[in-house]
Design a protein. Sequence first.
Length: 452
Amino acid sequence: MAAMDHSLGRMIDSRDEFAARLPVLIPGDDGYDDARTGFQLFDPHRPAVLVAATDPEQVRTAVELAGAQGLPLAVQATGHGRAVPTEGVLINTRRMSGVRVDPKARTAWVEAGAPWRAVIDAAAPHGLAPLSGSLPGVGAISYTLGGGVGLLARRYGFAADHVRRIDLVTPDAEMHRVTADSDAELFWALRGGGGGLGVVTGMEIDLVPVARIYGGNLVFDIAQVPDALSEWARWTADLPDEMTSAALTLTYPDLPMMPEWLRGRQVARLQISYAGSAEEGTRFVAPLRRLGPILQDTVRELPFTESGAVFDEPEQPHAYRGRNVLVDALDPDDLAGLTKVAAPSESVMTIAGVRHLGGALARKPGVPNAVGHRDAAYSVSVLSPLLGDETAAVAAIHRAALAPFAPAALGISLNFTFGPVDDDEFRRAFAPDDHARLTALVKRFDPHGMLL
């Protein structure tokens, strides 16, 4: 295999070879821009050849051709967490979106490009649910490869803890069916290691017996309830594993398209997902409802098919950057700093959030995997939309916002890092020994640095 040309700034001379064997798009083709961009609009892929794969064999062929020509290769499903863009070959798996549910085994087979929405809808008629994330539009595979902290996380653990099989095309264009029995080391690395060992074409995952949750938002005006985040943190100190929650603060722009009651207002959103009865959930949430005047209360019993309402995140593609830190404790004064960074007076819009971890997330799975920092009690994250080339200013604001959490920091989560991840940041996502294992496996499977 040829060495990879990561400074590729030319067109591929042999596009015809790709086009003769695969469905491809090249710059100027209808659909090229949509397929290369995805949900994240900032710094999109600029591939000379985009392969719109429809099955695993087409993925394998694309990997084979890219390797033979010494071209860097990236893969994208929904494009939510894209980090490093490629100018070489991009495999878009959007057309590989099938989901098959086995209700007796409580499992689902998920193809490479399927979003969580497809898995949720396929599982629901059987009274089952996947360990999906806060936004149903996110790709199920990439989310799970990074670990996966979802709405049922404290009850059932990481999504990566519930994977039974992974179908993989490695950089040498070989197809593998990876299980704990077939290749324990590779199976360990793929579940939580963040990818980088090949192109996953499908995954068998566990489903859990959840049809309904008690969940939604409690929204407070920060001017009226300035301690909303710190009070939420105190509330999380003594909760059952069935309660998974988060808190965020942001300032809504004073624009006509915003609801009048939100325009120009900084709010705290307390986001609730209780995997139990509405009666129990109501009892647990009662202290939060007493914090002060509530602008909006959407917490109710709802079918898991409506689980996206818990975080109520925008589904419109946009440009953004985000960073996070995993901590073993929270100081109320530090949360006050998060509230300040999201204030209306700041020059860049920032959404600051905290997620409660622990519970099943802290327990080792039946089959070990590479998920890092299970002992983290909370994740703290900051995210900013980009209106132009504001990356330097946003990066500085994010560093300052997360700096107070350094004394309690354990590392970072790959799933909540939106932007390029350098070697040091990748190292911080894992325990030292696990990072060494992952690095050795990447050198074994991708010695030429083909995958981006």
